[in-house]
Structure formats: C-alpha cells, structure tokens
Design a protein around this ligand. Structure first.
Ligand code: JD8
Length: 229
C-alpha cells in the first residue's frame, strides 16, 4: 500500500513516521509513504500558494492551481491513487471508513492543506473528503498521519499477532475491558480476584460484562446500533 501526502510542511511527517508500527511497516516493505512538497508548485518567484478570499474576510485561502499541479504530477507517477482531502467538513473517520480506505489500491493520495481553507474548486479534484473529528486543527498534516497509522494497522503482516486485529474489530463497537499487570497490589488497589483465578471461562465472562458496562456508562452512542444493546 502506498501513501502519498501533498503538504506545505513535509518535515512535519518525518518524526511520526520514524518510529512505531508505521516505521516497522515501511522497513518491512509493506507500505511506503512519500511526501510531496506543495511549495515548488506555487506561483511566481515567491511560489505563492495562497491568496485573499474573494468577497473579503480574514485569513488566506489556498489557491487551486498549485494543488492541481501537485495532484496531477503524483497521479501521473502513480495512476489509480484514491485522492483524499483532509478537511473539517469531511466525512467523519471511523473504523469502518478506515477499512474502506485500506481496500483502495494501489493506495491513497492525502491532501493536507493549511491557512483558513482551500478554494472550493479543489473539491472537484478529489475522490473523497475526510475529517478526523470535531475539533479545530491548523492543517491537514496530523489528520493525514492519523489516516496513515489507522490504515497501516489493517494491512496483513503489519501487526504480528492476528488475534489482536480480531479483538480490535470487536472493540470498535464496545470499549476495552479493564486491564491489569503486575503488581497484584498497587497503592492499595488490588487486581480483581477473578483475573488471578485461572478460570478462563469466568475471566471471559467478566471481561465481556465489564466492556459492556463501561460502554453503557461512557459511550452509549456506540451501543445504539446493536441488536442486544
Ligand atoms: C485541514 C486548514 C485549518 C480549517 C479554520 C484554521 C481534518 N478534524 C480536523 N480538524 N481540523 C482539520 C483540518 C484543519 C485545516 C485543514 C484539516 C487545512 N485547516 C482551518 C478551517 C477553519 N482552520 C481536520 N481533517
């Protein structure tokens, strides 16, 4: 799977891609991430990529021509990439959408903007628009990294243990059960007796019950689409 990112700040992607699951997947040749600097596509000797909004107002808007030129160059190199605009107005990212993105071959072209926004006509140049959540960020780079990490985790061979993928797909509709490791007692708080019992059926039932109770308490919205919820 290939990820390409068009951005004014390619260096913002370096550190997050240099460690952890994504770094390992890159080293193993399971994914590649290529950043494409937008600045060289800017207009004039100042390589301008933004301009004042028609109709007035504060802040600058990204001009469409540099973005179009960058997209065209990447697509010429790599036809078939699914073009994704990162934007607060996009479809909300959830695990189902991550799975759908992971199925796009040969990969994704993620467009990470800056400034107050992007010229509306850029929407005609992409295949979909995605938001990572209802909060304000300064640009699309962190959202692009979120997409890269979430999608990479689903690529076969990236996570060592296939059991964890199955458990994670379960935890997309309920929250995780409480987890404990050593010591048995920490600052007066004991590990629940059932987890020390060695009774695997009781443990399984306790965890299922805890996951459901915690989900009801904290995220009832996750249960609303459920048959037995
Ligand atoms: C792309 C520019 C900043 C957006 C004024 C300052 C996604 N979930 C999300 N939150 N924020 C973004 C996001 C923000 C961006 C850009 C993504 C490009 N900005 C602008 C409009 C309002 N701010 C995002 N995905």
């Amino acid at each position: 799977m290939e990820f390409h990112v068009i951005t004014l700040f390619p260096e913002m992607l370096d550190a997050p891609l240099a460690s952890g699951v994504v770094a390992r997947a890159i080293k193993a040749g399971l994914v590649s991430v290529t950043t494409h600097a937008l600045r060289p596509f800017g207009l004039g000797s100042y390589r301008q990529v933004d301009d004042a909004p028609y109709g007035g107002g504060s802040g600058m808007v990204m001009r469409p021509e540099p973005i179009a030129a960058a997209i065209d160059q990447v697509i010429e190199q790599r036809p078939g990439l699914w073009r994704v605009l990162m934007t607060p107005q996009g479809e909300p990212l959830d695990q189902a959408r991550v799975r759908a993105l992971a199925a796009r071959q040969p990969g994704l072209l993620l467009l990470a903007g800056r400034y107050e926004g992007i010229d509306e006509r850029v929407r005609a140049l992409v295949d979909c628009e995605i938001s990572i959540g209802d909060y304000v960020l300064s640009g699309g780079e962190l959202p692009a990294l979120v997409v890269i990490e979430a999608v990479t985790r689903l690529i076969p061979g990236v996570l060592g243990n296939p059991d964890s993928i199955r458990e994670e797909s379960f935890s997309a509709d309920t929250l995780e059960y409480p987890q404990y490791t050593r010591p048995e007692e920490f600052r007066g708080m004991r590990v629940p007796e059932v987890l020390l019992s060695g009774d695997h059926e009781r443990i399984r039932a306790w965890r299922a019950d805890q996951a459901l109770a915690r989900t009801r308490q904290r995220r009832p919205d996750l249960l609303s689409g459920r048959k037995s919820g």
